[in-house]
Design a protein around this ligand. Structure first.
Ligand code: NAP
Length: 368
């Protein structure tokens, strides 16, 4: 059931008389729709906002849904596969997470998902092409369809997640279609907020995890490609903060705070995991492309030729817009251990126990 103003009148009279409310607490900007905030702060609060998160079942989506639900926002989670959204149900209080089946090609289903919402997020994206959806269908046409339907349904705010390297002139089809998607979204929803994060890292990323498991694919270009990695929590928080902003039209870059070479990151992964740096050869680009093409014969997602192309493209050197979202992004070194600890070699446990000179003989500390 949707959270409406009618919930508030059911509050006990004593509680109502004690609550102080400002204008911003009773009206959702910029629609003017009434929204009464009540309850204790945190998970059991009610902000009165309703948000739809397309792409909620992905890596970034789970953190955004969790942050919105924790504030007390009701979140509509469109899903394709039953099991893909199960973990999201418990991120919010009872009734606050509403799942709805959808198909990117169905305008009716998109309309069903957005019609009660006052903010819609589009996080839909895919690293590789599939039998049914190429990059254009997902990043350009799909984004345009969601934005058009949201505009038609009278949704006041639309947030689209693109990529830092989106460019019409890129060698990568992924980046070209991301740029086209931005253009279509601007056309369909002129007040849309378009955010362009750098490569994301976190528990479920395809960045640090992939470096730990498949360093050979990161040694392409002699690991000289420069990247601007950003913590998934920071991007999710930036997106969640938009909930309280009346309108923020424009395109905003959200890269990580530092520009690093892949070589530096591989060395960092190696030192955190106690594993020697990979001695795999550096594959020449044509060989890597051929291998990636051959790998497309398997039915599970394998590194695509376009991803190989992207490993040769430096992250765009664009100014960041974090200040607009009230966030200072974290450095990757602060979090690397959290996500890489699981790859530590058995050496972690077999290293000799050393006795630090500064301690007495009764205190034994394992070297870390
Ligand atoms: N991860 C990064 O490093 C990074 C960096 C910059 C920008 N971005 C952008 O940020 C957004 C979220 O990234 P992510 O890492 O969370 O991606 P992700 O883990 O791959 O998740 C993508 C989401 O899009 C949905 N999706 C993909 N194709 C779809 C289709 N044909 N129809 C309906 N839904 C579809 C997926 O739904 P299913 O679960 O049903 O497949 C999933 O919920 C994407 O737009 C991505 O391009 C990501």
């Amino acid at each position: 059931m949707l959270a409406t103003a009618s919930h508030c009148v059911r509050l006990p009279r004593i509680l109502r008389s004690q609550q102080k409310r400002a204008f911003g607490d009773i009206v959702i900007p910029p629609s003017g729709k009434p929204a009464i905030r009540y309850g204790p702060p945190g998970r059991s609060a009610v902000t009165g906002n309703v948000a739809t998160v397309f792409g909620c079942t992905g890596f970034l989506g789970r953190y955004l849904v969790s942050k919105l639900a924790k504030m007390g926002t009701q979140v509509i989670i469109p899903y394709r596969e039953e099991d893909a959204k199960r973990h999201l149900k418990v991120t919010g209080d009872l009734g606050q997470i509403v799942s709805m089946e959808w198909d990117l090609r169905s305008e009716d289903q998109i309309e069903e998902c957005v019609r009660h919402s006052d903010i819609v997020y589009n996080l839909v994206g895919r690293d590789y092409e599939t039998k049914n959806f190429d990059h254009d269908a997902v990043h350009a046409e799909g984004a345009a369809r969601i934005a058009e339907v949201a505009a038609r349904a009278g949704v006041p705010r639309f947030v689209h997640v693109s990529h830092l390297n989106a460019s019409e002139s890129s060698l990568s089809k992924f980046y070209r279609t991301k740029a086209r998607g931005e253009e279509y979204v601007r056309g369909a929803f002129p007040n849309a907020t378009i955010v362009r994060p750098g490569p994301l890292y976190g528990y479920e990323d395809k960045f640090l995890n992939n470096m730990a498991v498949w360093p050979i694919w990161w040694k392409l270009n002699h690991a000289a490609t420069t990247v601007r990695p950003v913590h998934v929590f920071d991007v999710a928080q930036a997106l969640a903060n938009l909930q309280d902003v009346a309108s923020l039209p424009g395109t905003f870059n959200l890269p990580g705070p530092s520009t690093l070479t892949v070589d530096y990151l591989l060395r960092m992964v190696s030192s955190v995991t106690y594993r020697p740096p990979s001695r795999a050869p550096v594959l020449p680009k044509p060989v890597a492309l051929q291998l990636a093409r051959a790998a497309q014969a398997v039915w599970w997602p394998a590194l695509s030729p376009d991803e190989v192309e992207r490993r040769f493209i430096n992250d765009a050197d664009l100014p960041s817009d974090w200040d607009k979202f009230g966030i200072v992004p974290d450095e990757i070194e602060e979090h690397a251990i959290t996500y890489l600890r699981r790859y530590r070699s058995a050496e972690n446990f077999t290293r000799p126990v050393v006795l630090p000179e500064s301690r007495g003989p009764e205190v034994w500390v394992q070297q870390s």
